[in-house]
Design a protein around this ligand. Structure first.
Ligand code: 5AD
Ligand code: SF4
Length: 436
């Protein structure tokens, strides 16, 4: 039996897809295929954070249904499954089951229940044993919490993934050790709000916070690097920043989702911090870790965003000079507070589009300047991909602060660490050579 999985959305969804595959392999004897037309089971692991991919879902289902093998099943999983539930079955006769993001561990049961819908938001998978499938032999995704307790006005995720529960420390450590034994060098800790770790467990648990978890993971032999996504700026207290700087295994790159640079908009987004707090945290971080890499998420065109508000966002971009920017036009989502905001606050599409282009254009310039400034610098790179063609062998990997560097002229092995000097910058892509 073969399964095809299409994964949309974030790293959490990627991990959920690995998890479903592991379950299907070990309990039902499935193997993965990259060709949906030969699959016995087609899973679409959906994202609902913005409207557009969701709108495309039904035409995609139609395409899979047309090309699928006779008798093959189609399941819609993930965040859109959570919030649309049974409506998906009503809208598309091709769908055999609907499995919400919080219910992923029930995959081997639901495939045997025709037209079943499992979208229970109170379902607790936090004690669920991890399974072995990992897409990479070098890096592994590792869940540390499920759900989200925040109520950001634009965000549907608390509705699709339910309330926040932390995964017990011993389960996380056991999994990290197992991964290290299997040759994994780098962990990416996953949670909707990682630095709120320890806020609630579903069983008795000794008190621990995210800083404590990082200290425990630092001791796991064989793991050389630890990354995490996403932390919340609100919970970036001094203790967290000092641990980030001190911890010998925590990579010096961090995702700090800004969302908006305007304190007024941050307030109506219910983010819990101001422009000043965000800048203060970044300043403190840069003073502790001068070469830190910072990525962010920004939404433009949120309800009530004026030119002046947007100018604050540009100002934060200018001051922080993010290394990676994920930027979006605000997309109203059902089950969110902002969905019911007064329509007079809506920002016209063309204005939002102009702001997005302006933001992205300025960021591209910053990146060009940054890439140029990287020339001559040396980084320790973990080799994540190795390619060979008629011209020879190439590899690529990431520095501690998350620069992607292409390495010429030397055969390196997957999972190897190499000291690399950046030699040139081609349109923002960095090329380096191994030194020493
Ligand atoms: N519209 C646009 N972008 C959104 N995001 C979350 N909800 C919305 C929305 N309704 C963005 C945020 C978040 C990222 C994962 O997606 O920037 O950090
Ligand atoms: Fe991930 Fe959010 Fe999309 Fe769900 S809605 S897949 S949590 S980005």
């Amino acid at each position: 039996m073969k399964v095809f999985i299409q994964t949309l959305g974030c790293a959490m969804n990627e991990r959920d897809s690995e998890h479903m595959l592991a379950e299907l392999e070990s309990k039902e004897g499935y193997e993965l295929t990259a060709d949906s037309s030969e699959a016995d089971l087609i899973l679409i692991n959906t994202c609902s954070v913005r409207e557009k991919p969701e709108r495309r879902l039904f035409s995609e289902i139609g395409q899979y249904a047309q090309a699928k093998k006779q008798g093959a099943k189609i399941g819609v999983c993930g965040c859109t499954a959570s919030h649309m539930g049974g409506e998906i079955l009503r809208k598309s006769p091709h769908v055999d089951f609907v499995l919400g993001a919080r219910n992923i561990s029930k995959i081997t049961q639901i495939i045997h229940k025709p037209k079943a819908v499992e979208v229970d938001l109170d379902y607790d998978d936090s004690l669920y044993a991890f399974e072995g499938v990992r897409s990479s032999g070098v890096k592994a995704l590792l869940n540390i919490s499920i759900g989200c307790d925040k109520s950001c006005a634009y965000c549907i995720v608390p509705h699709t993934r339910g309330k926040e529960i932390s995964i017990p420390l011993d389960l996380i450590l056991a999994e990290a050790r197992k991964l290290a034994q299997n040759g994994i060098k780098e962990l990416l800790l996953l949670g909707q709000n990682v630095n709120n770790y320890g806020v609630r467990f579903s069983t008795e648990h000794a008190p621990i916070d995210f800083t404590g978890l990082l200290r425990e993971l630092e001791r796991v032999e064989g793991i050389r690097r630890i990354r995490f996504t996403s932390p919340h700026p609100l919970h970036m207290d001094d203790e967290f920043l000092h641990e980030f700087a001190r911890n010998t295994k925590v990579c010096k790159s961090i995702h700090i989702p800004l969302q908006s640079g305007s304190s007024k908009i941050l307030k109506s987004m219910r983010r819990g911090y101001s422009k000043e707090w965000f800048l203060n945290r970044v300043e403190k971080l840069k003073s502790l870790v001068p070469d830190v890499g910072i990525s962010t998420d920004i939404i433009v065109g949120f309800c009530g965003e004026s030119d002046e508000d947007f100018a604050h966002t540009l100002d934060v971009l200018e001051q922080v000079r993010f290394d990676t920017l994920y930027s979006f036009i605000y997309s109203p989502r059902p089950h969110t507070r902002a969905f019911d905001f007064d329509k007079s606050l809506s920002v016209p599409k063309d204005i939002a589009q102009k702001r997005l282009s302006q933001l992205q254009e300025r960021h591209r310039e910053i990146l060009r300047e940054k890439a140029q400034a990287d020339i001559g610098k040396e980084y320790e790179v973990l080799v994540e991909n190795v390619f060979s063609d008629e011209r020879g062998c190439f590899s690529e990997g990431r520095s501690d602060n998350n620069r992607l560097i292409h390495i010429d002229g030397r055969k390196l092995d997957l999972g190897e660490f190499a000291r690399v000097r950046v030699m040139r910058n081609e349109g923002g892509s960095l090329f380096g050579e191994v030194v020493g």
